[in-house]
Design a protein around this ligand. Sequence first.
Ligand code: SF4
Ligand code: SF4
Length: 297
Amino acid sequence: MSAETLAWPGSYGGDAKPRVGFFTDTSICIGCKACEVACKEWNRIPESPQGFTGKSYDNTLDLGANTWRHVAFIEQRVPADADGGASLVEAAERGGLVEREGLATSKEGDGVRWLMSSDVCKHCTEAACLEVCPTGALFRTEFGTVVVQEDVCNGCGYCVSACPFGVLDRREGDGRVWKCTLCYDRLKDDREPACAQACPTNSIQFGEVDELRERAEKRLAKLRGDGQSEARLYLADEEDGIGGAGAFFLLLDEPEVYGLPPDPVDSRRHLGAIWAATGAAAAALGAGLVAAVFGGR
Ligand code: SF4
Ligand code: SF4
């Protein structure tokens, strides 16, 4: 069974459903942004024009109150030969990638590849956002997902700084926070989330988390066997800093390349150590004051 959370499945008893989530296989994302559009349409999210930044073909840039799905476009140059510091072995591997994966080669002889990845709320096992929320607006559903109730949120913003991924965001002119609900309304109707349904390549795969993790391991083994030595799973490990995620990813390079934190940690994990250090500092200060007052007599 997927890692248990504080409120799932225990607090739901017999009403608990299997934990569901997303396995996003970025190796087959084509950057069409159908998921972004489907999410906006289904959830009636206001438009979020970012203008032309000149940095990329990406026109949504990051997750936010009005962007619950974001497809990152990363243009990556990889030398196709032994020039540019690549060893002969690396050059041979890259040459193979150019042939097998259809990487374009520029006039200068560099390989260019596009890394694309549809980002979303991770529906963490240890979700700091949910634990710091003073009103109970954020809650764990019977499907093990994390949802904000807009009619309870008071806009205090505690969750915004608690999320290690910068997912939560206040909506301008509204003040409350908004994020992916993993289409809670659709789940209750036994329907697939809108983004996963719209994805034409099945890069966004929806299902029970346990089954998705098995599928992801097989896909990773296949890619590694095909020479994609940098391929890796991100947030699929229950031993990581957030206890694993309901929405995890297969990446073709380091998380930082995609703008993701390499080792995210539930911000509450170190609270005990911080309070202990604060207590020790206060005790030392008190002892110093006592010594100063009575020692001088
Ligand atoms: S990614 Fe952020 S907003 Fe989503 S569940 Fe985790 S802590 Fe909460
Ligand atoms: S699960 Fe629903 S709310 Fe979340 S990103 Fe997909 S379409 Fe949007």
